[in-house]
Ligand binder design. Structure first.
Ligand code: IPM
Ligand code: MN
Length: 364
């Protein structure tokens, strides 16, 4: 029986609604295992801009530092879109959080239950057993964090972003991919653009060497990113675990998300090497779908991605794989029993956010 300490950052849009649902499920799940939750809630994103004048207030960052994990909702919305890009909630909250906690690995399961195949834009006969793959994205390096410049040149303006990778940065993400595949089908695909980019040449060489030494039992393949984008829609299940650098991962993970149907079902974990007070990984857990301002406040958003993100937190930051599995199977059964929010209803009568959470709780 343990007490799990985490910071709750609901953010904007549907964030607070789906967060409330996820916390209800988490409370009930932990009641069953006799564990206790100890969390405090803090502003992040647009609401923090309104209340504190900055998307990531020091008080929020400090609260995260005192915690063993962060459960994150979503940030952004039309209200803050007039701000300069650097001050917008997405960029000014998420990127500094990733950097501050060295969360270099973004793990995103691409899971589509066969019963939800209608939600995928792919023809159902291409995915008779649904989809079950994992995308791992490098999250604190590459072009996102390299030197940025804007300057004047012969009477016009020019700008540049720098893509930079070090061997150590490539090895540590390769390690996450290898370990993830060990617990699955043992297949890893590394994605790069080694026919053009110098960073990709280094990436491919480093990854090949690393797997030869540390994961000889894993089947490692390499794909160029343009081909990978095509393969992902052609036959997603040819992958088991795929991993790639930051920018390619940003694009491919959105592609994977849509191939897997509703964004409302997709969770993610951002992990690093920082240990929490339990000796496990500190992590940030968030749904993939964004703040969906168009449906915010209506009580109709799909809470499953937030609930499943909370399950990932139980597994990775709190060592409660059993609780995580219990939550995951309750979500699966609720959906398969026909409880569907509007985004995945397809002719069924849609249920509300809170009804969906209740259906999950009943199945724990
Ligand atoms: C994501 C988002 C972020 C990113 C944005 C909001 C900065 O698109 O988590 O994929 O580009 O990493
Ligand atoms: Mn993205």
């Amino acid at each position: 029986m343990a007490t799990f300490k985490f910071a709750v950052l609901p953010g904007d849009g549907i964030g607070p609604e789906v967060m409330g649902a996820a916390l209800d499920v988490l409370e009930k799940a932990c009641e069953k295992s006799g564990d206790e939750l100890s969390f405090s809630t803090h502003d992040v994103g647009g609401i923090a801009i309104d209340n504190f004048g900055t998307a990531l207030p020091d008080s929020t960052l400090e609260a995260c530092r005192r915690s063993d994990a962060i459960l994150f909702g979503s940030v952004g919305g039309p209200k803050w879109e007039h701000l300069p890009p650097k001050e917008q909630p997405e960029r000014a909250a998420l990127l500094p959080l990733r950097k501050a906690f060295k969360l270099f690995a973004n793990v995103r399961p691409g899971l589509l239950y066969p019963q939800l195949a209608d939600a995928s834009p792919l023809k159902n006969e291409r995915i008779p057993d649904g989809i079950d793959i994992v995308c791992i994205r490098e999250l604190t390096g590459g072009i996102y964090f390299g030197e940025k410049k804007t300057w004047a040149e012969n009477g016009e303006t020019a700008a540049s972003d720098t893509m930079l990778y070090r061997v150590s940065e490539i090895e540590r993400i390769a390690d996450v991919a290898g370990r993830t595949a060990m617990g699955r089908k043992g297949k890893v695909c590394s994605i790069d653009k080694a026919n053009v980019l110098e960073t990709s040449v280094l990436w491919r060489k480093t990854v090949s060497q690393y797997f030869k030494t540390h994961f000889p039992q894993i089947e490692l393949t390499h794909l160029y990113v343009d081909n990978a984008a095509m393969q992902l829609v052609r036959n997603p299940n040819q992958f088991d675990v795929f991993f790639t650098e930051n920018m390619f991962g940003d694009i491919l993970s959105d592609e994977m998300a849509v191939v897997c149907g509703s964004l409302g079902m997709l969770c993610s974990a951002s992990l690093g090497d920082i240990q929490n007070s339990l000796g496990l990984k500190f992590g940030l857990y968030e749904p993939a779908g964004g703040s969906a301002p168009d449906i915010a406040g209506q009580g109709i958003a799909n809470p499953c991605a937030q609930i499943l993100s909370a399950a990932m937190m139980m597994r990775h930051s709190f060592g409660r794989g059993d609780t995580a599995a219990m939550i995951e199977s309750a979500v699966r059964r609720a959906v398969c029993d026909g409880f569907r929010t509007a985004d995945i209803a397809f002719g069924k009568k849609p249920v509300s956010t809170t009804d969906m959470a209740r259906a999950v709780i009943e199945r724990l």
